[in-house]
Write a protein that binds this ligand. Sequence first.
Ligand code: GCV
Length: 680
Amino acid sequence: MIYGDEYKAWLCYPKFSLETDEDKQNFEDWLRFIKNIKIKGKEPLNSNIMKSFKQRLSKIFSYNEININFIDSKTYNDNENNIKGWEVEEEAFSIEAYKDEYLIDISSYKGLINALFKILTTAASSSSIKSLIGKHTPKNAIRMLNHWDNIDGNIERGYAGKSIFFRNGELIFKENDLKRIEDYAKLIASAGYNAIAINNVNVHKKETELILPKNFARLSSIANIFRKWGIHLFLSINYAAQMELGEIDTADPLNERVKQWWSDKAADLWKKIPDFGGFLVKADSEGRPGPFTYGRNQADGANMLAQAVEPHDGLILWRCFVYNCQQDWRDRSTDRAKAAYDYFKPLDGQFKENVLLQIKNGPMDFQVREPVSPLFSALKHTNVLFEAQITQEYTGQQRHLCGLLPMWKEILDFKTGANKEESPIKEIACGKVFNRNIGGMTAVANIGDDKNWTGHLLAQSNLFGYGQLCWNPNLSTEEILSKWIKLTFGVNKKIEKTILSMLEKSWEIYESYTAPLGVGWMVKPDVHYGPDVDGYEYSRWGTYHFADRNGIGVDRTVATGTGYTSQYCNPWNSIYENIETCPDNLILFFHHEKWSHLLKSGKTVIQHIYDSHFTGAQKAEELLMKWESLKNILDEDRYNSVLKRLMHQVEHSKEWRDQINTYCFRKSGIKDEQNRKIYD
Ligand code: GCV
């Protein structure tokens, strides 16, 4: 039986592999290291941190004589009681080798935590200590998770149980529950994260009160836990909190009483939690209040809050998910994809320095395939935060396997063409392209109180992987996943190869049997699970595919459509505009095309749809078979829990296949060239 435990996730600390000669040599190197670890920096007052570090190392190497010496103590900006600051240099650490000795150099408490986890995860994945030599600096200052947890314990778009932060209308506080939060803090710190917002961006009545003193004691015990692992606590706030609480009858951002109210609230909160991160705000979006009501713009709203938190070095993370969700499907000129750019681009340069605009990866809403949001290349004088979704709202809800790393890599590597250079998204997000002082990446978390955290055990890899990308977006999918597999299941070539191939292909497979060619939205309304081709077609949400007897897709061209393509920089505006150059996988996002239109692949649109849906469902079966090949190699619990979900996926992918194929056949009247079974 392979060592492991679903709750421990990637912190199982399996024993170092001694299979090959190289492993044995690596083991010797590690022993030399752990016998005499020198850290240039300050020893933490809390001795448990170093004690548990030692215990983990002893376990990995079955060796007890571990020595750690702190030498040459320096003064840090932060410490374990206060982790103020967002400097990537301060979070960095380096490991130097001198003959038989290694020296770890750190310049902050956060740097120490980062170094310890890097050492542990490198050792636990049986990698060489030499791979650690050098300087390790995170690419992104902010590496964050957003929890969409409500105070009643439910999680919006959560697929892995209930909240670990809230229960029955209150913040949790019992020792056992706090212990779970600490286990979570360790998990996410070890993956690379350094910030967390624990409540839903839709801040309802009761959650509005989270910023009131009555909640400070509990909030601060949660902040204490996260701080210990180098993580800043944030809260999502209700933009009109003062109205919701019945204290002021306006939320006009230019109103002096409103400004004062927020300044007072911020002062109270930061007094209690001095390294509190700041506020995450969803305003003027999907029914949430915002500055529009008062004829003000998004910068007015964000800056009012930014001013209130500025004296405390707080940040305002202001979401750009602003669009008209009361659209009339008859109106073909309004295009939801255009909204964020239309609202925010004209305000570029007007936001205060402690505001970051949080932009979803695509212009719509976390569909399985979208182009990147054109707003990233448009905002040249504004801090931005890239937002992705780890929770699988539209990507199979942790019942289907959908390893999201290949998707995130593709998006982060996308060369926007902004600023005359290649300017990939990853370089814009961290602030480099436009010389911003702060930037980062955030994502909606996929955990709950399920025993294995994520429902689908293999969905743990998405949580781990996103954290790794936040730290270093240049890591390859394979590097990250191989590491995750070894940390989770121990070193075993067959396990590694099998799970790696499943995780590398599963996004593509999921895409192939769901909504085709970038069109999106063929899901059941509200729940967003399972096929419903016309579910959103006549809705108010701006989410249409416009299928008719001639064709399908949304015309977003300048020539004949909504003009969305013009929001991109060169060369993408013309690449997307032109049907000859628009990539196949986004063709229906940008164009309304005939069923008989010939794609670059040489297939017609309709034949592509049939083919991809038949092969997609078949590949879902192959995922199951691959997993079955690990029976008796993996421990029973973890094997069975994944097996069940893959079996469901096989059946459910057939439902997707048949509904989409039948729908398209009925609309087009065109038969499958291969005469496979399509229900009519
Ligand atoms: C938290 C989508 C989801 C909502 C979510 C929203 C958002 O619309 O379906 O559940 O709300 O995005 O990102 O704010």
